[in-house]
Design a protein around this ligand. Sequence first.
Ligand code: ATP
Length: 202
Amino acid sequence: MNRKKIGIIGGTFDPIHYGHLILAEYSRTVFGLNEVLFIPTGTPPHKDEEGISSADCRYHMTLLATNTNPHFIVSTIEMKRKGTTYTIDTIKQLKEENYSVDYYFILGEDSLLEIHTWKEYDQLLRLCKFIVARRPYTDKKFLMDRVEELNSLYGEHIYILDAPLIEISSTQIRHRINMGLSIRYLVPEAVERYIYKYKMYV
Ligand code: ATP
């Protein structure tokens, strides 16, 4: 029997934007994933907690952004956990609950390049596969060398995704709202409406 393949994209999603959605959809189609699980962080270990929107708001925006894609699912697994959440704990929990699934962790190269700061990152790199999207800020050669190094150490689990470079970040969106600039076409319309309705990022 073929094992099910599930992609995981974890993030603060503050707010979720088309960069995340395009990354997830490309990963799904290129790697033949059955579905992609969006996991908004609870208390993010790598971001300054101050100024981060509530987990509830980020969860709602993620639901609004993904509900038109039948392959996208939003998980509260990290939001439900008390205190700081770590990817390794999430992956271990998912793997324990679903033996017959292969997990593909989807992330941008900025995240991969700091993976050595993540809890038990060596074990994490052995436990699941990684799909890495280019982002416009770093040198391609630097990324390729790092991927090669990690692959030789931890079992050839990292793949680089061939997808368009999308120069959108949540930081940029928050900044644009704060400056009174348009965010149209950077986030789904439903997310845009939610942001304005609840006067977020002003
Ligand atoms: P911020 O600007 O607040 O740091 P972000 O836009 O990077 O946020 P996150 O929620 O931190 O969004 O991202 C979750 C994951 O999605 C990370 O692995 C990040 O690298 C990746 N990602 C976000 N935006 C893009 C994009 N435009 N292209 C490729 N990957 C992206």
